[in-house]
Design a binder for this molecule. Structure first.
Ligand code: HEC
Length: 133
């Protein structure tokens, strides 16, 4: 009886360890402090997916390789996380100044910033699975 009880206890201990590991991984949400709105933004799919679509249609429309708009090829890893925040905070890149961003609302620019931040040059971390997919 005593032996059976310890087997049960051991099994429970293993389950608890696995469970706590699982919770740690699943609960890993990254936040971006947005300097424009002075607020914290959760890097969740709803923000970054919206941003991805807007980026494809409003930024990549010019910044694709071999374009004839005089725009350099850009990718999410052309800037660091801070670098992308700076682009959207200062808006001092040529296209932001010449009105190419004018049709985008503040909300849309936030979403694009979220997406670019979430895939920036320095986001890859070999210890996590965040960069897979
Ligand atoms: C109408 C075309 C056009 C659109 C749309 C456009 N850009 Fe640009 N962008 C340019 C041009 C032209 C330049 C100046 C040449 C250069 O540095 O690539 C530029 C410059 C930049 C630069 C500086 C490039 C560097 O490497 O220093 C960044 C960053 C940038 N754009 C980001 C964006 C983002 C983000 C969007 C979408 C919100 C966007 N652009 C939309 C044409 C465009």
């Amino acid at each position: 009886m005593q032996q059976r009880k310890s087997v049960v206890m051991a099994t429970m201990a293993v389950c608890l360890v696995l469970l706590s590991q699982g919770v740690v991984f699943a609960g890993e949400t990254t936040y971006r402090f947005d300097p424009v709105t002075q607020s914290s933004r959760a890097m969740e799919f709803k923000n970054t997916w919206e941003g991805y679509k807007l980026y494809q249609s409003n930024c990549k429309s010019c910044h694709f390789r071999g374009n004839d708009k005089g725009a350099r090829f850009l990718d999410t890893d052309s800037r660091t996380m801070r670098g992308w925040n700076t682009v959207f905070y200062k808006k001092n890149v040529q296209c932001a100044k010449d009105g190419s961003w004018a049709k985008l609302s503040q909300k849309e620019l936030l979403a694009i910033n979220d997406y670019l931040y979430s895939k920036a040059y320095d986001t890859w971390d070999p210890r996590s699975n965040k960069s897979c997919g």
